[in-house]
Write a protein of this length. Sequence first.
Length: 220
Amino acid sequence: MHLYIAYKNYSSWSLRPWLLMRVAGIDFDETLFPFDHNDALERFAASHRIPPQVPVLVDGGCVIWDSLAIMEYLAERYPEHRLWPQDAGLRVLARCASAEMHSSFQALRSQHPMNCRTGRQVAPSVDVRRELARLKTLWELFGQAARPAGEFLCGPFGIVDAMYAPVMWRVVGYGLEVSEPFARWCRALQALPAMQAWLAAAREEPWQLAQYERIGEPLS
Ligand SMILES: N[C@@H](CCC(=O)N[C@@H](CS)C(=O)NCC(=O)O)C(=O)O
């Protein structure tokens, strides 16, 4: 099984399945395409007739080219890892929240792009504040649900946590204010050895994307 990703420092969509597989202990090889610095992703995508985007998972003859589709595929292939919760009601909540992240939160994503190395202060816009309020509500919904023990949204780490994982870097990197349950979830996520490994690799990367380095003032 081979996962194709982009810059660990900047590629939020890459982080999601990578983290899920690492936390679940699913073995895979990885290739990183620095798509702003060479055309390897373009050539790879053309050879598979898929859009020039990452993440892409290749498993034998199967090519899966979207983060959520990859994680659905993994949930089917490895039922023993319980990547979605067992309980049907909790699974509905996790699926809805995951789909919501996939299709929404445009302001947060565009105005606070993931940059694991950054430490900048960016005052949230009205739209971002609205999305942060939505996150607070979502975390309350999970908090009120009957869940197995664990530090994550459905107890143990799962797909829904992976989908929201880049938000943690946005909150930490741009000094955004979040609710206490959300801050607690951020701390648990940051403490994962897999997340620490991702950060260490992001720090080692030689590439800089200027458009993401100009945002905000240094955090005091
Ligand atoms: N909806 C896609 C989004 C993937 C996406 O936008 N990936 C970005 C990197 S984070 C990309 O590959 N960009 C390539 C480019 O802009 O050339 C998914 O969920 O996988």
